[in-house]
Ligand binder design. Sequence first.
Ligand code: SAM
Length: 250
Amino acid sequence: MTEPAPQPPPSGNPSEFDRYSAGYNAGMEVGLKRLAGASAALFLEQKLEILLDELRRAGRLRTDPSFRYLDFGCGAGDFLSLVARRGLQWSCEGCDVSRGMLQEARKRWPRDLQSIPLWPIEPNRFPAARFDLISAVCVFHHIPPDQWIESLRRLKDALVPGGWLAVFEHNPWNPATNYVVRRTEIDRNAVLLSPAVARDRLAAAGFGKPRTRFFLFAPPRFKFLWPAEKLLARVPLGGQYVLFAQKDSG
Ligand SMILES: C[S@@+](CC[C@H](N)C(=O)[O-])C[C@H]1O[C@@H](n2cnc3c(N)ncnc32)[C@H](O)[C@@H]1O
């Protein structure tokens, strides 16, 4: 596949998130979520800290442009922009099925982020063996369950041998998460994956056994508690979890 060009995505078939893209706010209209998070960015900041911590732990935290990173289902680019601003020097890209969301990212990003390639996902067309790390932040519960394994296989194929996939998801075993999801407009068609189901689908897609880490035990506005949450990482009751899975180094 040729290198995606850093330009606004063309218009094409509509997808579910096109209708939420203008002014996308990640469901912050729900009172409990606002109370917990103060801002949508804070939820994403915590995820980035966890991602970097997991890479460090695996001895895979690099900070150079030869490290290629894809944010799958990047939406309005909020997580991707945090990564790009972190001073890691990674070569970043984002992709999404919603052209509206990609256009929203272009609209809200300042000039220094405009060179980051954003590309719409096309059926039967995805890069192969290109990325050292792929993240999927709250994406899989928006993908129909019968497509989970196929989507994970695609991501595995897009990783270089030994590359990592980080899947961040809502934890359906947490009552507060269920409460918020039931009241969030963008989640009206969401199907939450339990960690057990997600692990099973990763195995079916050919990934090695993932490391599971639970987080969001306390509202993210209490930032001083983030390090303490690490002690609870194996307690399956956090509001969200991340599965950190590696492609065979072949
Ligand atoms: C809740 S938003 C999360 C956006 C972003 N990851 C974030 O955390 O801000 C879910 C995103 O997943 C995208 N999505 C839904 N189905 C997808 C699929 N099959 N492949 C890739 N992205 C998809 C949606 O278009 C939307 O942008």
